[in-house]
Design a protein around this ligand. Structure first.
Ligand code: ADP
Ligand code: MG
Length: 696
């Protein structure tokens, strides 16, 4: 149950003076379908404009934002045709200035700046031919409205169609609904950092007194970042302590099934794989519960490690489940695992949202009876009617989804279930704790033998035709190529339009030999498109990145990434990892629009210099801070709204220690601070962890 004090914040967002059409846009801004006040509350400004500066015209510093008091002299309206602007001249006792408007109705401008009157105008003044000019002032008002404009104005991240004023109004409405909450931060720490209370801190961000208030390192921002980090770390610590509370079970096996699987492989394990399997088997055999992270670059062979881990518990007479984040990936895991399982005599089944009806019922009955030893699936495996006979191991392929929910729900399906979390995103060790909490870590650092280096080439977009020709020649001689179209806008529609336009263009050249796959397609159609690409029927596949990138088609040797400059390093690396998986020589073509910005240039250079995902991750951290590492579009940390590990990293460590201490001292969160911490967990929607407490 959510503490009632939070209810006003979790109500559906309504903004005074903002109609339903614009409310739709908040869905896009916050990235969720049912925007609530709390989403606006945590939508923080990235900067602030100081409009308090009120110089005389002679004192105006060009290119700064100022508020000036002027007398309006004359209008020179735009001529009826042509592109000339409407110009307004004005003066004060020290100098003249001209206001310039393009494409705005004459009447509106004349009403806004009436000749002979005094107006306060705010905006950026520039020097043009030695004269002061302001194009499209931000604000114009008379004396009465002055107080409203001469202030510090927060500037928010926006989405197309929403103005800063509208977003600001939404945030102000949210702030009004926010009650002061009980203090969950340790008093001594709060004092030492000079933090203010939760609500007061938010007020400083949405209604700043100084531009510095909204900076990432301001005490107000830092406090909120800490709140969020603490909520996350506390949830992780509670999960961990809950898992460690029940004694684990020792699963003993001699390795007979593993040997059968290995015998069926056309290759031998890499040293990293062997080591990871050993580490996992040691955990499984011990009577402590396993909570281990398997990190491995794309193509490093994690699926096989997961299967061998499953083989261990299956040999000891129990069951295992492997969960993938999407339907496509679940099917791919299943297809890869099924033949190996067959040669080892293991029964494996798949369960996604698509399995229905009688065959699903029959399969679930076999699962409950223990006849199905390994289940591969999507989150459909959480459904209530999915009952295991004896689930000993849950493997969660997280792919950027850092929820504790999944781990919890899966672990609840069995008795003292061991958990292996896999991630394909190399994360610098320093950051592993942020996302995953205290876990043991295995890393797959080598690539399987026989992989050839991928040739990476950067090509300007104006040479598109040459690229198309080259792909054409390669495809004619049997190659398979991915063609990735980027996420352009916040708008998915636009992205699909871009991919569809490229698809149509390539169809003219390749005819029926090109396919298309994007996130808005039905699961069955996606599978279909993937299958046709994998079989070679459509050797060219146009895709958006919305499609999960874990797909594995070893025959694919060409990766074209259009507008490579728009991707983060990690994303580029992930995409490139789709090729170079088979024995053929692979090429990655980074198509970019010139001229390249400094960061984009360095990213592309890094891509050309190395294929080592861990090195790329470190480089990315140095280059950009954290958001890019994980391939998110916004800066900051995925799954986090307020904290940014590139600036709040020191807080992370404090939050982690604090969380550990809390769990040690008040594991049920029963004391006064415990009550406040429960509010915190709900506020940041980590309430699964609270449920865990109350369950026992
Ligand atoms: P990841 O999930 O880590 O991205 P996968 O498990 O998808 O990697 O493996 C990528 C490809 O490499 C698969 O086709 C798999 O069969 C193959 N593979 C896995 N391990 C080895 C190995 N030791 N030697 C050669 N190929 C391997
Ligand atoms: Mg995989």
């Amino acid at each position: 149950m959510r503490p009632p004090i939070l209810n006003p914040l979790f109500a559906g967002l309504r903004v005074p003076g903002v109609g339903p059409k614009f409310l739709k846009l908040f869905e896009r801004l916050f990235g969720r379908e049912d925007p609530r006040f709390v989403d606006a509350l945590f939508h923080l400004p990235h900067s602030a404009i100081d409009r308090r500066e009120r110089p005389k015209l002679s004192e105006v510093k060009p290119d700064t934002i100022v508020t000036i008091e002027v007398h309006i002299d004359k209008h020179k309206p735009a001529p009826p045709r042509g592109r000339a602007p409407h110009r307004v001249s004005a003066h004060d006792e020290t100098n003249d200035i001209e206001f310039v408007f393009f494409g705005m109705p004459r009447e509106r401008i004349e009403k806004m700046l009436p000749v002979g009157e005094k107006r306060f105008v705010s905006g950026k003044a520039v020097l043009y031919d030695g004269r002061l000019q302001m194009t499209h002032p931000d604000r114009v008002t008379d004396e009465a409205g002055l107080e409203k404009i001469a202030e510090v104005e927060p500037v928010y991240p926006l989405t197309q169609g929403l103005s800063n004023a509208m977003v600001r109004r939404a945030c102000a409405a949210a702030l009004e609904r926010a009650a002061e909450l009980p203090e969950w931060i340790d008093t001594a720490f709060l004092k030492s950092k000079n933090y203010e209370r939760f609500r007061a801190s938010l007020a400083h961000l949405h209604k700043p007194d100084e531009p510095a208030d909204v900076e990432a390192l301001s005490p107000f921002r830092s406090r909120l970042a800490y709140d969020e980090l603490l909520a996350h770390q506390l949830a992780l610590a509670l999960v961990r302590s809950d898992m460690k509370r029940d004694p684990g079970r020792a699963h003993l096996a001699e390795g007979r099934i593993q040997a059968k699987i290995e015998a069926a492989l056309p290759f031998s394990l890499t040293n990293s794989q062997r080591l990871a399997v050993e580490e996992i088997k040691r955990d499984l055999s011990s009577d402590e519960r396993m909570l281990r992270l398997l990190q491995g670059d794309v193509g490093s062979g994690k699926t096989l490690v997961a299967l061998l881990a499953a083989a261990h518990v299956i040999e000891s007479g129990k069951q295992a489940v492997i969960m993938a984040p999407t339907e496509v990936l679940a099917r791919q895991h299943y297809q890869r695992i099924a033949p190996l399982a067959a040669s080892a005599g293991i029964r494996v089944e798949i369960l996604t949202g698509r399995e229905r009806g009688a065959s699903r019922e029959a399969m679930l009955a076999d699962l409950a009876a223990g006849a199905v030893q390994l289940l591969v699936g999507t989150h459909a495996v959480f459904q209530d009617d999915v009952i295991f006979h004896d689930l000993a191991l849950a493997v969660v392929d997280e792919q950027h989804r850092f929820g504790v929910h999944q781990r919890l729900a899966l672990a609840e399906k069995g008795e003292a279930t061991d958990v292996l979390v896999m991630t394909a995103t190399p994360i610098p060790r320093t950051l592993v704790l942020t996302y995953f909490g205290d876990m043991d870590v295995s890393e797959l650092r080598e690539k399987p033998a026989g992989r050839q280096p991928i040739e990476t080439v950067a090509v300007a977009l104006d040479r598109l035709q040459e690229v198309v020709d080259a792909v054409h020649r390669a495809v004619d001689s049997g190659a398979r190529a991915y063609w990735i179209c980027p996420l352009v806008e916040e708008s998915e529609e636009v992205d699909f339009a871009a991919a569809e336009a490229r698809f149509a263009h390539l169809q003219e050249i390749f005819g029926t030999r090109v396919g298309l796959v994007h996130g808005k397609m039905k699961a069955a159609d996606k599978d279909d498109a993937m299958a046709r690409f994998a079989s070679g029927e459509t050797p060219v596949l146009v895709a958006t990145t919305v499609v999960e990138v874990g797909v594995d088609v070893p025959e694919a040797t060409i990766m074209v990434i259009e507008h490579a400059e728009r991707f983060g390093l990690a994303q580029l690396h992930q995409l490139r990892g789709r090729v170079g998986r088979g024995s053929g020589k692979s090429t990655c073509l980074l198509l970019y629009r010139a001229p390249l910005g400094e960061t984009a240039k360095r990213r592309i250079e890094t891509m050309r210099a190395t294929e080592d995902g861990f090195r790329i991750a470190e480089e990315d951290l140095a280059l950009r801070g954290e958001g890019e590492i994980l391939g998110t579009r916004q800066s900051g940390m995925p799954g986090f709204k307020l904290a940014d590990a590139s600036v709040h990293r020191d807080l992370l460590e404090v939050a982690r220690k604090d969380a550990a201490l809390i769990v040690a001292q008040d594991p049920q969160l029963k004391g006064a601070r415990g009550e406040a911490l429960r509010v915190l967990l709900h506020l940041f929607e980590r309430e699964d962890a609270v449920r865990l407490l109350d369950a026992g």
